[in-house]
Design a protein around this ligand. Structure first.
Ligand SMILES: [Fe+2]
Ligand SMILES: [Fe+2]
Length: 207
């Protein structure tokens, strides 16, 4: 009885094997069409659209940050802070070209979308320059905080985008975004170090 059942099961498997092989053959001829459909589906997915929008936002922000860092470098009092802003300006230019690679890796065009948040944070930095005395340590202490607000905006954005890229299987994009995230975190750390080493103490002595 048991043997008979097994034979029937084996016969059924053979039949479904033939069916699946035929289906496989059909699917291979339609492979190109399916890839196109899948790509269109991916591009229309709400999460993909959000991801691309967020990339456009940070692409705009990075461009704005390059010019803001130039102004902050000019306004800074100490050579150490000037150098830190100059170094990060160079890194920020790399962030822009990395973002262009990210767009390319997901078959999207690099486009900018106005980022109100970064405009506001940069405006606050400009206010700091206006409200502090040229050549003072108070100015540097305040500029460091202004710059860290920029970095924290970037860290939040890149941190989220790396996770989304991983979730959606965009491995190359995830790697590129992760590199930038690391540089933003290092910059944030370095700025804290500069502030705590001497700038904050010397600013406290000023009247
Ligand atoms: Fe950046
Ligand atoms: Fe940055």
């Amino acid at each position: 009885m048991a043997t008979k059942t097994n034979t029937t099961a084996a016969q059924t498997t053979d039949a479904s094997d033939i069916q699946s092989k035929t289906a496989e053959k059909d699917s291979s001829t339609m492979k190109v069409d399916n890839a196109t459909v899948e790509k269109d589906e991916m591009k229309n997915a709400p999460l993909h659209k959000f991801f691309v929008d967020a990339l456009k936002d940070i692409y705009y922000a990075e461009e704005a940050i390059v010019s803001a860092l130039g102004k902050m470098q000019e306004a800074a009092t100490t050579e150490e802070l000037k150098d830190a802003f100059e170094d990060h300006q160079l890194q920020t230019k790399k962030h822009i070209s990395r973002l262009e690679k990210v767009f390319k890796s997901i078959d999207e065009k690099p486009e900018k979308k106005k980022c109100d948040a970064i405009e506001g944070i940069i405006k606050e930095g400009e206010e700091v320059i206006k409200s502090t005395q040229e050549g003072s340590m108070t100015r540097d202490a305040a500029l460091i905080i202004a710059a860290q607000k920029v970095e924290h905006y970037e860290i939040a954005t890149y941190g989220g985008l790396v996770q989304l890229a991983i979730t959606m299987g965009h491995d190359k994009a995830a790697d590129l975004l992760e590199k930038t995230l690391q540089e933003e975190e290092d910059t944030d750390y370095d700025l804290t170090e500069i502030a705590e080493t001497y700038i904050n103490f010397e600013a406290e002595q000023e009247d």
